[in-house]
Write a protein that binds this ligand. Structure first.
Ligand SMILES: CC1=C(CCC(=O)O)c2cc3nc(cc4[nH]c(cc5[nH]c(cc1n2)c(C)c5CCC(=O)O)c(CCC(=O)O)c4C)C(CCC(=O)O)=C3C
Ligand SMILES: [Fe+2]
Length: 418
């Protein structure tokens, strides 16, 4: 009784302080003329493949052999990346959910690496008199590729179009800790745990769960998140810390049903760049071999780092990782990504609503962190100076170094008072 009461009270306090921290990291709600769903982009036919890959790798030192290898993944799929169809579907699902909630704001779609490009969409919005724009990116975690680069897409496009002074563009925060992002993975994993036992390769032995995310250079991992918080992160990396937090929360929600909890680990995939540069490990294929060595009879790969079944998921996991598992005689399942799962769509519209003035928005709730992430990032958050440059590129949604950064609960009171 006493222990329960204590735990309950502590949980209650945690909830309150988490809410306070979330609030301290929030921007004031405002009026917006448009929302832009912002993504990576992908080729829509064989002729697009090379120009697309040039766009992706412009100025980033990816070796030609890697480009040719990646081109074959797209070629095998008719030169089409599945990502565009998935983003069109997500945009429509978001629009439907917004209208159902009485939000009439238009929602458009723009990409970093393929048509419709960010700069073109901004130009069009400005022409239509829509100068206050809220950006929602298809990436849940902190990091250069997954957050800051989306902010740069808009910072650079505003400069390129000469619209810096005319338009106000802000980005929605990272949402790896939102319940609606986690639920599709929980459901997928639950289903997979049952289904894997029906596979021929499965023998009555342990299953290992591999949470897979995109690898990034070690340095990108170590510069993710604000500098003042790095000592709070596992391995000093916000990217790794958040991936672990989300994976752990999914495992917590699985627990119980099967009696014993399967072993799980965080793994990485799709590395590129020079082999001399260290990237986050272990690679998913090495982890599968290790699982076999350790006596597992099946692996379930949960693509925690991705919101839809794009090329890196269907090639690097469904093709390559599945093959590795086959060679090891292991049963294998890759679970679903959030895609247009209603819980995910609803969570994304919650994020939008929280930024809109005059709405009774759902509260900011973090399912697996101390507080939800920053609406406006620290100046040096996930910073990267590209080759040949002396300064980071322009961004949106960034604090000046002087603006207070509510890092932990101790800062909340100070920020709320300010
Ligand atoms: C963290 C992360 C995410 C997740 C967050 C997010 O979703 O944004 C992500 C997503 C994606 N990455 C994608 C494709 C590619 N990424 C590349 C290259 C790179 N990715 C990196 C990281 C990430 N990438 C990095 C550090 C590089 C090295 C060069 C650089 O610093 O940029 C290359 C070049 C060739 C290669 O090296 O593979 C390609 C073709 C697609 C589209 C797939 C489709 O078409 O369906 C998507 C959604
Ligand atoms: Fe990538």
């Amino acid at each position: 009784m006493a222990a329960d009461g204590g735990a309950g009270a502590a949980a209650g306090r945690d909830h309150e302080s988490s809410a306070a921290l979330s609030q301290a990291r929030a921007d004031a709600p405002a009026d917006w003329d448009a929302v832009v769903l912002s993504s990576f982009g992908g080729p829509e036919g064989q002729d697009d493949v090379i120009p697309f890959l040039r766009n992706v790798t412009r100025g980033r030192g990816i070796p030609d052999e890697r480009l040719e290898e990646v081109a074959t993944h797209y070629r095998a799929n008719g030169g089409v990346s599945p990502i565009n169809a998935q983003n069109r579907a997500l945009r429509e699902a978001l629009e439907t959910e917004m209208r159902a909630r009485g939000i009439q704001t238009p929602i458009l779609w723009a990409n970093r690496n393929w048509d419709p490009y960010v700069a073109d969409v901004l130009r069009q919005l400005h022409q239509d008199g829509k100068d206050r724009v809220l950006v929602l990116a298809t990436s849940a975690f902190s990091g250069y590729s997954s957050c800051r680069q989306y902010r740069e897409d808009y910072g650079v496009a505003l400069e390129e179009t000469g619209l810096v002074d005319q338009m106000t563009v802000r980005k929605i925060r990272q949402y790896y800790d939102s319940q609606g992002f986690l639920i599709p993975f929980v459901e997928g994993l639950q289903t997979a745990l049952t289904q894997i036992t029906e596979q021929e390769a499965f023998q009555d032995g342990p299953v290992r769960i591999l949470f897979a995310a995109h690898s990034v250079p070690d340095v990108d991992g170590l510069t993710s998140g604000p500098e003042q918080m790095r000592d709070q992160f596992v391995g000093g990396s916000a990217y790794v810390h958040q991936l672990l937090a989300a994976s752990r929360e999914i495992m917590n929600r699985i627990g119980g049903a099967t009696g014993e909890t399967p072993e799980w680990e965080l793994v990485f995939q799709s590395r590129s760049g020079s082999p001399k540069v260290p990237w986050l490990e272990p690679d998913v294929n090495d982890a599968i071999e290790k699982a076999a060595e350790d006596g597992a009879t099946g692996v379930i790969v949960v693509p925690i780092g991705f919101v839809s079944d794009h090329m890196e998921v269907i090639w690097d996991l469904d093709t390559e990782a599945a093959e590795t598992a086959g060679e090891q005689g292991l049963a294998f399942i890759r679970t679903a990504t959030p895609g247009t799962h209603p819980a995910f769509v609803s969570a994304l519209v919650d994020l939008l609503e929280q930024r809109m003035v005059g709405r009774d928005a759902p509260p900011r709730v973090s399912a697996c962190a101390e507080g939800t992430w920053f609406d406006t990032c620290a100046a040096e958050c996930c910073v990267k100076v590209l080759r040949g440059a002396t300064e980071p590129r322009p961004t949106i949604s960034q604090r000046t170094p002087a603006e207070p950064l509510p890092v932990g609960l101790d800062d909340v009171a100070a920020v709320v008072q300010a």
